[in-house]
Design a protein around this ligand. Structure first.
Ligand code: NAD
Ligand code: ZN
Ligand code: ZN
Length: 397
């Protein structure tokens, strides 16, 4: 089959690889009908995640049709159309019983990314996300093996096109969890750092729960303009306004700051040259630029919700400020399985229309181009959907 594979930083290509086969009785094989490129894939693409092997198949946002099923599969059947959560969970461990699927104790043969690990179990395996997360081949491919098929794959109605439901695999539940973690409700104010797909859908979810004022911070004007038009955010370009947190405080009542902040940027945050250089030299784990802004922009007693991915240590982390302000932090990979029925219902009712953020559909064959425009923010790219089997418009090279 054809699949998108990694060959070193910024080098990915679609090549022919062996077809996946069933390994366990509760595996299925899926024929992928749509798969997206995620901001998390960009960390891998840039070579920032240790344990990413040459030849690894990326992709953790995908859906398709079940074409083979192991003997122990009872939840789905051949012919079913399903969306697959990026988190692989057993459904039956301590954490799965708590619906904290991303902490599943039984699926990851890797070690996870935690530095001070002790003997704690690794978090759940993730599709296409390096050996740290199990080395499970991803779904930017024509076919993919899906382990734990009685727990993950989620049937979706035929009436809803792929674009509408594909993001149930990751970014929609991620945005939803970010908004739940932020404690947003009717009348809340929030600042969302990052106007990528996760930030944009966080704005959509924030509006749905009744947030009144949404500030959004980025430096891609085309993303900010979309967010202003579609979700009514107050955009702040950090290339123009050097200290967005200061600006936000100035523009909130009594200079209190916002009720909550959402960091939809993560460890590759731009804006601190020192941290970017130190992170590249591996002397710093993450850039703390967005997180420091979050801590500064939120009101006393407020909540910092962090869907953006972080790794290792940050030296410039103002924990004293967080203490002084009495902040709550909530973060982590998304417990995707926990949110799917609710989110599907919101899509069916037309209350969430996540497909609106998509700017590019392209054949799987053109996936390398998709990575390039998504990473370099070319062609006003917000989100790319790859379609296996769609005819390529690009000349073979
Ligand atoms: N928690 C989870 O389960 C989960 C799931 C999906 C994605 N993520 C993570 O969420 C983050 C965002 O994903 P995405 O798909 O939206 O990615 P993206 O790369 O498209 O978007 C990130 C945006 O942040 C902006 N940005 C960079 N530095 C900034 C700064 N200092 N302040 C404000 N904005 C800044 C960028 O310009 C970009 O538009 C990534 O870290 C990704 O790995 C986490
Ligand atoms: Zn993702
Ligand atoms: Zn489990």
């Amino acid at each position: 089959m054809r699949a998108l594979t990694y060959h070193g930083p910024h080098k990915v290509r679609v090549e022919t690889v062996p077809d996946p086969i069933l390994h366990e009785p509760d595996d299925i094989i899926l024929r992928v009908t749509a798969t997206a490129i995620c901001g998390s894939d960009l960390h891998l693409y840039r070579g920032k995640i240790p344990g990413t092997e040459h030849g690894e198949i990326f992709g953790h946002e995908f859906m398709g049709e079940v074409v083979e099923a192991g003997t122990a599969v009872t939840n789905v059947a051949i012919g079913d159309r399903v969306v697959v959560p990026f988190v692989i969970a057993c459904g039956d461990c301590f954490f799965c019983h708590l619906h904290q699927y991303a902490a599943c104790e039984n699926t990851n043969s890797g070690r996870g990314a935690i530095l001070n690990k002790k003997s704690i179990t690794p978090p759940a395996a993730l599709f296409g996300f390096s050996n740290l997360y199990g080395g499970v081949p991803g779904g930017q491919a024509e076919y993919v093996r899906v382990p734990k098929a009685n727990v993950g794959p989620f049937k979706v109605p035929l009436a809803l096109p792929d674009d509408k439901v594909l993001f149930l695999s990751d970014i929609l539940p991620t945005a939803w969890q970010a908004v739940q973690n932020a404690g947003l409700e009717k009348g809340s104010s929030v600042a969302i750092f990052g106007a990528g797909p996760v930030g944009l859908l966080s704005a959509a979810c924030a509006r749905l729960v009744g947030a009144e004022e949404i500030f959004m911070i980025d430096h891609n004007n085309y993303r900010l303009a979309f967010a202003r038009e579609r979700y009514g955010v107050t955009p702040i370009n950090f290339d123009d306004i050097d200290d967005p947190a200061d600006w936000i405080i100035e523009h909130t009542k009594n200079h209190r700051g916002v009720d909550a902040v959402i960091d939809a940027v993560g460890f590759e945050a731009k804006g601190s040259l020192t941290e970017t250089v130190l992170s590249n030299l591996k002397l710093e784990g993450s850039s703390g630029k967005a997180l420091r802004q979050c801590i500064a922009a939120v009101r006393r007693g407020g909540i910092v919700s962090v869907p953006g991915v972080y790794a290792g240590f940050i030296h410039g982390f103002l924990f004293g400020d967080a203490f002084d302000k009495g902040l709550t932090f909530k973060m982590g990979q998304t417990h995707v399985q926990a949110y799917l029925p609710r989110l599907l219902s919101l899509i069916e009712q037309g209350l969430l229309t996540p497909e609106e953020i998509v700017t590019h559909h392209m054949p799987l064959e053109d996936a390398a181009h998709g990575y390039e425009i998504f990473e370099k923010r070319k062609e006003d790219c917000r989100k790319v959907i790859l379609v296996p089997g769609m005819a390529s418009q690009r000349a073979a090279s």
